[in-house]
Design a binder for this molecule. Structure first.
Ligand SMILES: CCCCC/C=C\C/C=C\C/C=C\C/C=C\CCCC(=O)SCCNC(=O)CCNC(=O)[C@H](O)C(C)(C)COP(=O)(O)OP(=O)(O)OC[C@H]1O[C@@H](n2cnc3c(N)ncnc32)[C@H](O)[C@@H]1OP(=O)(O)O
Length: 219
């Protein structure tokens, strides 16, 4: 399946590229938040647009032909830098950093004004997005990796913008299917619960080497 790329990068070079990716994405993330909250007038908007367009032109000088894909070093470490939830190069991503414990996976992340749905509250689709990745990565690290087949989310109470905690664990593995459960907690209370079924697709069965299955970390 295209998009899964073997690309060996030496550790020092990788650390440098990783730092560059996080730094530019962080700046753009700040720009997004500033855009949501700005109250400046037409002339400041025009000036800001001019500078943003100039920055875009610099970044366009050297571009990948398409999406980033998922890249592996031969030691099994993995880079999902374009990922909409985790991607260190992606300013749309909060970004979520996952911590894989032996029996569960967790994350704590700050969701600011760019993730608003109802006034002052996190958009339900954003919570579903985070739960999809959290549960999917839990399946990948503690069960069998797979595409999301089914994701059910129950929103129990509103989730205010700000710090949230996500936690997930594998419920069971049945052949190519991994059943995972997870929660979003906000201010000490569970605000959303999810159950997901992650399925190793036909195209990946028998082809996925152990090193890819158990690849370490987002990179
Ligand atoms: C170098 C290669 C590395 C490959 C790694 C492998 C997987 C790659 C994927 C991701 C891994 C990594 C981590 C990230 C994880 C999550 C983050 C984000 C996830 C997403 O953002 S992902 C995008 C949204 N997602 C889709 O875009 C899926 C579109 N869809 C399909 O790609 C197929 O539809 C698929 C694969 C779902 C099934 O297709 P299939 O042909 O492989 O499966 P098949 O028919 O053989 O069924 C086998 C058993 O699953 C049951 N079953 C079938 N479909 C079901 C469903 N929907 N719900 C519940 N159960 C289902 C059957 O009933 C049978 O059950 P039983 O065996 O008990 O009879």
């Amino acid at each position: 399946m295209s998009g899964y790329i073997q690309e060996d990068i030496a550790p020092e070079e990788l650390a440098q590229r990783s730092e560059l990716a996080s730094s530019i994405a962080g700046s753009v993330r700040e720009l997004i938040e500033a855009t949501v909250r700005t109250e400046v007038g037409a002339s400041d908007i025009a000036e800001a647009r001019r500078l943003i367009e100039a920055a875009t032109e610099i970044l366009r000088k050297d571009q990948l032909p398409g999406a980033y894909g998922i890249r592996f070093n031969s030691d099994g470490s993995k880079r999902s830098w374009g990922n909409a939830v985790l991607g260190r190069r992606n300013p749309i991503a909060p970004p979520v950093v996952l911590h894989h414990e032996p029996d569960h996976t967790w994350t704590e992340v700050e969701l600011g004004p760019a993730y608003e749905g109802p006034a002052g509250l996190v958009h339900g689709g954003v919570l579903a997005l985070i739960l999809d990745q959290l549960l999917g990565s839990t399946a990948e690290f503690q069960g069998v990796p797979g595409m999301t087949g089914t994701l059910n989310v129950r929103y129990r109470r509103a989730t205010p913008l700000g710090q949230i905690r996500g936690e997930a664990r594998v419920d069971r593995v049945e052949g190519v299917k991994t059943f995972v459960r997870g929660t979003i907690t906000s201010a000490g209370e569970v605000s959303a619960e999810a159950e997901g079924i992650f399925i190793l697709p036909k195209w990946a069965r028998g082809e996925v080497s152990d090193v890819l299955r158990k690849s370490v970390g987002e990179g």
